[in-house]
Design a protein around this ligand. Sequence first.
Ligand code: NAD
Ligand code: WQD
Length: 338
Amino acid sequence: MKILITGGTGYIGSHTIVDLIENGFDVISVDSYINSDGSALQGIEAITGKKIKNYKVDLRDKEATENIFKENPDIEGIIHFAALKAVGESVEKPVLYFDNNINSLINILDNIVKYDVKYFVFSSSCTVYGSPEKLPVDENTPIQEAESPYGRTKQVSEMIAKDVLQNTGVKAVMLRYFNPAGAHESAKMGESPALPPLNLVPIITETAIGKRESMMVFGDDYDTRDGSAIRDYIHVMDLADAHTKSLQYLINNPDAPKYDYINLGIGQGVTVLEAINAFEKVTGEKLNYSIAERRPGDIAAIYADYSKAKKLLNWNPKRKIDDIMHTAWEWEKVRSKK
Ligand code: NAD
Ligand code: WQD
């Protein structure tokens, strides 16, 4: 079955492509390279032995996007990763974020309907829940006012996809990721963004390798067990596996709801200081960090109730924070030599 991966040379897209290929899917990719240098294509080939075709297209370009479907009328499913994802940048450039993330989605949805694509999987985010009142967060947790234009694009995208797809034969799931991190176990592929990373794990590995002199822990006065903020870090290969299982679920369950939301986290909250300790323990490296003010917009704690993913997708995350730190570090050492 042919699957189109949008954002396929990006972080989560490239890892998912590997998992899809290993599960027998035929994959093509489209990526504008706005946040990737395309090197993931070599990583995918090195791991799977398969050369993937990537269309270098900005999905806001209606004509170029439709041409992909004209050339590949046998696309049966789409996993739509392509989006800009930097929360802070979205506050500075809201129009860019709405233009990129929403118009790309609209063009993809338009072609899904026109070219009779059957299955749609969308990259949403736990950011739709804002600062939840109750933990862990399940899919019935009320959606809160978005804390950034980026978060708003995810909320609005979920709604647009629902409106467009509800009167069609397309089956869809919206996957709400918590905090993806880590790299492929082979160290042949990992996070390789064109723009400087802003997330905790790549900042830890970049500090340890010496790309950054030091790093900050944003806040040690939260109401948590050690004062630092709690997140649910999910290994990128467990996340990739959940995408493959989502497609298989849609394909094998004709009676599945037309449209659903599924949390993807591992259900365990880890504090920033625990994450740093895990890194130091697993790698033997000493990290240069200091305690700083809370980062504006951050919440104290969030982690997932993933029982729906377990039940519907038969998905069980296999990796924990130590595996995340180990694989991220092995990848950082390879990447820094390139
Ligand atoms: P990424 O930036 O590594 O990958 C996204 C890819 O999409 C990039 O390669 C980029 O070049 C491409 N892209 C962006 N706009 C495009 C456009 N208009 N046309 C074509 N290509 C375009 O990010 P990622 O971490 O792999 O995230 C993938 C998806 O998951 C995104 O939708 C993101 O919002 C979502 N998500 C990510 C996280 C996270 O922490 N990484 C958490 C929750 C949700
Ligand atoms: C994790 C924790 C920081 C950097 C973001 C998006 C969210 C989703 C996932 C896309 C926080 C702390 C970080 C540093 C630190 N993405 N930290 N020092 O903010 O939980 O979530 O990515 O949908 O929408 O908001 O992830 O990795 O930035 O931070 O102390 O240098 O690490 O304060 O507590 P976050 P993160």
